[in-house]
Design a protein around this ligand. Sequence first.
Ligand code: FES
Ligand SMILES: [Fe+2]
Length: 351
Amino acid sequence: MQGLTATLIRGLWYVAVPGDAVKPGAMLPKTLLGEPVLIGRGNDGRVFALRNLCPHRGIPLHYGTFDGEAVACSYHGWKFGRDGGCVEIPSLREDQPVDLPKIRCGAYPCVERQGLIWIYFAKDGEAPSGSEAEPPRLPVFGHDVAPALKIVLPFPCSTDHAAFGLMDPTHAAFVHTSWWFKKDPTKLRPKEKAFEPSELGWRMVRHALPPQNIAYKVLGQNVSTEISYRLPGLRIEEIRGDRHAVVGLTAITPVDAENTEVHQFFWVSTGWAKPLRPLLEHLMTVFLDQDRVVVVRQREGLEAKPKLMLINDADTQARWWMRVKDEWLEAQAEGRPFANPLKPMVLRWRS
Ligand code: FES
Ligand SMILES: [Fe+2]
């Protein structure tokens, strides 16, 4: 069972940061999947990601400068273009030819879609291809529509425990205890939801949401939702009414094997979210922080390496997460396409 660390999975696109975290001409160092990454945006607005280490003496490149075209190392001024190739070594004399493009700091495939910067972490340096040729496309909203709401919190836990928390249907009454959300843990109700396999994971089949809930009334009549979970740790919820739609994305991005960043985004088709943004982002942060506090406390226990358990049906999705992840790793090791191991199923619990 899962302890403090998780196996990190590769050959997939990860959410690195929201697009507006990196302005034109700026660079931002991050540790992602245990690797030093330097994200930047050129003067032309295009984003890129380099391995944040100078191949000369290993100093992180972010200590240097970026002129919107190339990153200059702070130690001897070697310059690297946005494809990771060296473009200049100031110390060279005219009679000292060096094949500059052969000197590389390394670059990651990096694209901006729907207001997010995605980075592809290859397994063996391969280019993104097949189902992962592009980052996952979120439904409803266009290529260039940025989320209206966004927050991120550091979770001091592995991606496995972050994922378990994300797909856990029975913790809310005990963990999310703010007055504006609170459910009475003494009044849990039976729930039954249909699930089916979907791309790189599974989804809770579309179902109607309670029409009496005021938050859903904004979307019009006949409000329904579909929630999908997929590698490498994305929860995508699409809530639709006859007037408006909301798409939520929670993205789990590993900092390293035992630390995770949890991003939460919402795209909305109405203008009402804009003036309410500070309030809504505050509420999102309070809510997500309740999940974060759980993993901080859980960590205390995991240090003692306890034996853990998964229980039906409440933990079936946690089990699916491990199965889908294991299948991804096996398919990669055997050099064959991913074959979804899940079957349609109805899960029942009380929450
Ligand atoms: S260490 Fe980067 S240029 Fe020398
Ligand atoms: Fe939660």
